[in-house]
Design a protein around this ligand. Structure first.
Ligand code: COA
Length: 495
């Protein structure tokens, strides 16, 4: 049974139920699970772990690549099974537990988690739980729709549980490129000089004797929940398209631009979608996640190659891609997130990065994570890896949130994820602020003029002008800098 899925015959004895596999977990363990933005997560073992945690004290530190699908975080947190969580999440129930202090959340740059693990700066992984398409003749693991941190989790863990997902086509083998950097202090350069290059193996090589359990599943990834482009996101896409055309016209970019990275969410998806009708050609993507828009760009021929760590798609696009995975394999590669997000590679390739801000301030600092400075939304994800090292770092946001009660451009951000030094361009539906080569006082005027919703433009200009009277390289009225946020908390509207 499962000869094609578990090709190392002796491992077939390890097949067991998720409930039996879950008996391996002990209270206080650190568990590394596969899964990156809803793709390639384990479908059965986490549920069995939650069942156990409902009956006995069993709390783990849970590490993943990024967010999980299938409500796994919600189910685990409701079962009281998570003590600590890293490095990213998007689940509303878990978010609540993080924000009331019940779950300790480590919000990390996605490229860094496994570096910290292998250097002993984080507690070692006791058990890795990895979704796989197959196990090879040598006991190596072929991942599914994401690689994330799976390779290093499996390599570093004391024991490995593999979930073989029968819905993943065997033809997925060859989609992945697993490269693990040489360990410090003898680190060598990562030999990746173009997005399409393969530098590793198509599977995760581990000592097969570490595989303690194999669980068979047949559940699909959760579909992505991005919304279709709307008037605002289409306008943002339009401004960026116009800007990029101008950069080509003046010779700062070629018609194939630079490799593109685009963040998660509805706005990023819409911005990439907007490139379908652009004049750019032979585009390449070097991103951490590919959403529907990336597949549309590949299908249209506008993008000739896409590299990422996961594919997170709507149901129809997911079914289409899995059914035609052989066609996509020559134009698509999935890498460990340490490599997709590696500062060395990002800087070398010279990426144009497009990420979403929760709020920006008039000087170009960006808050991607903390609502009103205190409450975690999702996490920084890969945005810091990309923005800091980009050739051109773009942040997009709608100019207002909550029907206009909130301005996304504020006097001072209440939490800084990306400093002014990592931000070249800000785009809202009203326009684009090109901040390159500008000092803070110049940046403020451009941002207020181009990006701010009309109802907030006057108050923001007043703030800036009053602050300038006091002086400073980056003028502020410290006693008023957060007045908009406190007013929102007290009255439900910022101004
Ligand atoms: N204050 C409070 N809430 C705000 C806000 C602000 N300034 N700006 C937006 N929001 C709210 C929206 O109202 C919306 O709330 P809802 O879910 O209750 O409707 C929510 O934040 C999401 O905003 P939306 O405009 O739909 O954008 P999005 O889906 O594109 O998500 C981020 C935006 C910033 C939350 C998301 O991109 C993110 O988590 N980024 C950090 C990680 C990252 O950038 N990774 C990049 C590499 S993948």
């Amino acid at each position: 049974m499962y000869e094609d899925r578990i090709r190392l015959a002796r491992l077939r004895d390890k097949i067991m139920s998720a409930q039996d596999a879950a008996t391996l977990f002990k209270d206080g363990m650190t568990v590394g699970m596969s899964g990156f933005t809803r793709a390639g997560d384990c479908k059965a073992v986490p549920l069995a772990l939650a069942d156990r945690a409902r009956q006995e004290p069993l709390k783990i530190t849970l590490m993943t690549g990024a967010s999980l699908g299938n409500d796994t975080d919600k189910i685990l947190v409701e079962a009281n099974a998570i003590a600590r969580r890293l490095p990213f999440q998007v689940d509303a129930t878990l978010r609540g537990k993080i924000n009331n202090g019940d779950v300790m959340f480590l919000d990390q740059h996605l490229s860094e988690t496994v570096e910290q693990l292998r250097s002993g700066q984080l507690a070692p992984v006791d058990i890795a739980v990895i979704e796989a398409t197959a196990i090879t003749e040598n006991g190596a693991i072929v991942p599914t729709t994401s690689v994330g941190n799976s390779a290093s989790f499996a390599i570093l863990a004391k024991q490995v549980i593999v979930e073989i997902n029968l819905t993943m086509p065997l033809a997925m083998e060859g989609l992945h490129d697993i490269f693990i950097p040489t360990y410090r202090p003898h680190r060598q350069p990562i030999p990746l000089i173009s997005p399409e290059q393969r530098i590793g193996t198509p599977f995760i090589s581990i000592d097969p004797s570490k595989i303690a359990a194999i669980v068979i599943t047949e559940k699909a990834d959760s579909p992505s929940n991005v919304l279709a482009p709307d008037a605002e996101t289409s306008a943002i896409a339009g401004h960026l398209d116009e800007f990029l055309r101008h950069e080509v016209k003046v010779g700062r970019l070629s018609a194939s631009l630079q490799p593109l990275q685009s963040g998660i969410g509805t706005i990023s998806n819409a911005v990439l979608h907007g490139l379908i009708d652009s004049p750019f050609r032979d585009l390449k993507m070097y991103s951490e996640v590919l959403q529907d828009s990336a597949i549309e760009l590949l299908d249209s021929g506008r993008v000739s190659f896409a590299s990422a760590s996961s594919i997170t798609l709507s149901k129809p696009t997911y079914e289409h891609v899995l059914a035609h995975i052989n066609d996509y394999k020559s134009r698509l590669v999935l890498r460990p997130q340490e490599i997709s997000n590696h500062p060395e590679v990002i800087r070398r390739l010279g990426l144009i990065t497009i990420n979403t801000a929760l709020e920006c301030d008039i000087y170009g600092n960006i808050n991607s994570t903390h609502v009103s400075g205190t409450h975690m939304m999702n996490g920084i994800g890969g945005s810091g890896d990309f923005a800091r090292n980009a050739h051109l770092s773009v942040f997009v946001t709608k100019s207002i949130a909550k029907q206009g009660a909130i301005s996304s451009i504020v006097p001072m951000v209440t939490h800084v994820d990306h400093t002014e030094h990592d931000v070249d361009v800000i785009v809202t539906e009203h326009g684009l602020a090109d901040l390159r080569g500008l000092a803070p006082r110049e940046r403020a005027q451009i941002i207020i003029r181009h990006c701010v919703d009309p109802r907030y433009q006057g108050p923001l200009l007043d703030y800036f002008n009053d602050a300038c009277k006091r002086g400073g390289h980056t003028p502020h009225l410290l006693e008023q800098a957060f007045a908009w946020h406190t007013r929102y908390a007290e009255t439900g509207a910022m101004v």
